[in-house]
Design a protein around this ligand. Sequence first.
Ligand code: HEC
Ligand code: HEC
Length: 467
Amino acid sequence: MKLMDTVTWPGRLVRFMRFMRFGPTALMFGAMPLLCAAQTPAPLDGRLLACGDDAPPVLNSRYNRGANGDAPPADQLQALGRKIFFDPGLSASGKQSCASCHSPAHAYGPPNGISVQLGGPRLNEQGMRSTPSLRYVHAPQAFTEHYVDLMDNNGQDSGPAGGRTWDGRVNQAREQALMPLLDPKEMANASLSEVVARVRKAPYAAEFNALLSPPGTRILDDEDGVISWLTTAIEFFEQSPEDFHPFTSKYDAYLRGQAHLSATEQRGFKLFNDKNKGNCATCHPSVATSSTFIYPRFTDFEFFALGVPRNRQLSANRNPTFYDLGLCGPLRHDLVDQTAYCGLFRTPTLRNAALRHSFFHNGVLHSLREVIDFYVTRDITPERWYPKDAQGRVMRYDDLPKAYQGHVNQDAPFKPLPGNKPRLSEREIQDLMAFLNTLSDGYGPTPPRPADRTMHSPSPRHLAAAR
Ligand code: HEC
Ligand code: HEC
């Protein structure tokens, strides 16, 4: 897709100037993802505000004083957020918490192999998307149609990037938190008032009230105040380094010089980066390329169409004219006219991907091996991935209407070698799998303190290997 043309030089200049103004601060805070919140006891003050794109609305209003007129300490707000995250009492079923779908034992991803987790009042409703891991997605850039990272892609416009969820339709974690609470196929509250009523009955209601009521008032009597603080507390919890960005994988240990990659892992790493082989790092960067991150996140949060097969098990797909088109809808509403974006989904992180049992936005594949096979053979043996029509023709890219099939990415590893040979041999696939397995957390016995882990930049040796 040619997105470059749409960016004018003055636009780039303005962006560069903005970077020069805010870049250094962004570097400081971005490189220490929620070191901000990790400092204890840190009051909700200017330092914390600098962590997000803007201040939580609550902080600008009358709610920014705690019980004694003090700002609530970040660690207490985070602890409260944890209780909220694990509270099934906030759902209509009374049985589903955030953690039911985002399981801490599974890197805050789905606890099972089903494509799409069920929800709703009787826990029998099915949405249309697989549950992402919440690790390492704690600080995506705000959604933009024209992403420019001065340290990546030579500062050129990379097109749409950023935001939260598979289609980037919200930016703030606290905005996002309301989506599952109100989604009729997830926690299924009929209204915000219903959410508030559940908070009032929660085991932590008294704590909530004591921590967050402005002097002389009861926050629990104020519906707007409850919603603001509820979602802000979740946002704070989602910034907890131990839970959401521990950087305890073998690969992180390797970056810190505390572990060696085996021969097969090293070969896999090279294949991952090699533009003519796996080419994975182009979209899932293995070296921190962003101006604000030192450790690689294995996603740049950009959007692509991969031609992922239609998941015929999903109830939404029983309607043959229904398509989940990602950026251009139907869950996202503001870009429906931008048909160039139809079929594009946000690149997920590959950290902890080896722990998952359902893959891609529709959860259609169920093993990492299958995902790699898909990348390598999508265009060589399409009949393995797509069904045939009545005439026996393979319906390539069957989850996209014909008009949008041209959006499907054709770079390596998709583009086969001459003679229609796959880019990776069986042995190379094994090597790549070995490398992907180094990205799971829990390798290092003791996670380093957040301050230490951000002080390391990749070694020159590592940068050279990644090239
Ligand atoms: C029924 C399963 C389910 C429940 C319950 C649930 N989620 Fe999710 N979560 C999902 C799915 C599915 C997505 C992807 C949504 C999309 O792309 O439209 C998601 C996306 C997210 C994201 C965005 C991640 C990213 O990669 O940008 C965050 C953050 C999140 N959920 C937090 C929460 C919180 C907080 C709660 C509780 C208030 C919660 N979730 C409850 C299934 C669930
Ligand atoms: C052109 C960009 C691009 C390239 C190249 C690329 N990916 Fe991806 N990857 C994506 C996008 C976008 C998705 C999500 C697609 C979707 O769900 O529709 C994805 C999804 C995945 C997933 C599923 C993760 C999850 O949580 O569901 C895995 C695993 C994965 N990629 C691994 C790889 C590997 C390994 C390579 C190299 C062989 C690779 N990718 C190359 C963009 C890319």
